[in-house]
Design a protein around this ligand. Structure first.
Ligand code: TXA
Ligand code: MG
Length: 326
């Protein structure tokens, strides 16, 4: 099927109340018509997603905000000018017409305009905003290649194929509705990027409270099947690896080219290289695909390298930390 045929097929399915997987620049989404609660229900059941975790509405044109939000704060306007289309989700006060099931009962709705041409064209042809969580069973690594979608859902979900996604981790989620801007989820658009545009300090939400600002952050996430242990990029790694090789029949190592080239690797070790340690964009692009590859293997434990937390590094370490808590 040609790309253009797959997109029109996807748009037809969305209009008919079905769910469709599609590529964005961050990760693949599992989309449904944002105005159709019955279609949206299928997203929750397909993913096994908790009902109290709200969805992001994806738009292709700012005019679509009219039907979703009650007002557009100045700060949101600045962020849209700077980062849309792109990997930034902004919270707005929602209109009462936005179905409850989209926002899980909250009075805000998260909106983003993706930059991926397939995602934009799908939304245009479907003629409706599309709500879409990441295309993975709840708790599993997000899909970043159409093969992952096939592995996860088989033929039960129609997927518009788009190869590997460029960024590899989900969008940054921000609210400017309170006194200070707060990042609810780290992504490719960093705290520093946003501070530069808004000209004021931006906080990172701590997700230790009973009621986290972004409900999705409290769930177990990104967990590969095998337990994952984080280790600093030092001599400590070799020592831990040797111990693990004695204890386990099959050991996974997830790290940069720099780390892996320095290690002495025994026969019962599967290494997955994330890329150049000095290029965190490359590391983030490969992260979920490598975690997914470990799930296809039978490793008993994964030893993973820690990365610096500047820029997109914050998102990388956030995913790895959650994977280690899985
Ligand atoms: O890059 C992305 O954002 C991808 C692609 C497909 O666009 N989507 C994605 O969706 O990651 P999902 O559902 O996997 O994650 C959405 C996150 C969750 O942590 C959710 O709790 C939070 O955004 N969220 C959505 N709406 C919210 C709202 N109104 N208030 C607070 N948090 C919200
Ligand atoms: Mg997700």
């Amino acid at each position: 099927m040609k790309h253009s045929d797959a997109i029109s097929q996807g748009a037809r399915l969305i209009r008919a109340g079905e769910i469709v997987a599609f590529p964005t620049e961050t990760v693949y989404g599992l989309g449904a018509d944002a105005t159709n609660p019955i279609a949206i229900k299928k997203i929750y059941s397909t993913k096994g997603r908790p009902q109290n975790n709200p969805l992001i509405a994806h738009i292709s044109d700012r005019k679509q905000l009219q039907h979703l939000v009650t007002s557009i704060p100045n700060k949101a306007e600045l962020l849209m000018d700077a980062f849309w289309p792109g990997p930034l989700t902004i919270l707005f006060r929602k209109q009462s017409s936005v179905p409850e099931i989209v926002t899980a009962g909250l009075d805000t709705v998260g909106v983003r305009m993706p930059s991926h041409p397939i995602a934009l064209e799908l939304i245009r042809q479907a003629k409706t905003p599309i709500v879409a969580p990441s295309a993975n069973p709840s708790g599993k690594p997000s899909g970043t290649h159409h093969d992952h979608i096939q592995d996860y859902f088989g033929d039960s979900v129609f997927c518009i194929p788009g190869g590997s996604t460029e960024i590899g981790v989900e969008s940054t989620v921000i609210t400017v509705l309170g006194e200070h801007p707060v990042i609810l989820r780290a992504g490719a658009i960093s705290k520093e990027n946003i501070e530069q545009v808004l000209g004021e300090p931006v906080q990172m939400a701590l997700h230790t409270d009973d009621i986290p600002l972004s409900p999705g952050m409290k769930y177990k996430h990104y967990a590969p099947n095998a337990p994952l242990e984080l280790i600093s990029h030092t001599a400590e790694f070799q020592e831990r690896l040797d111990q693990a090789c004695e204890k386990y029949s099959f050991v996974g190592v997830l790290g940069s080219t720099q780390l892996i080239s320095k290690l002495e690797i025994q026969d019962n070790v599967l290494t997955q290289t994330l890329g150049d340690r000095n290029n965190l964009s490359e590391i983030s692009r490969n992260l979920f695909a490598r975690l997914h590859a470990f799930d296809e293997s039978k490793v008993k434990i994964i030893l993973a390298e820690r990365f610096p937390t500047d820029g997109i590094g914050q998102a990388i370490m956030d995913k790895l930390t959650r994977a280690s808590e899985g």
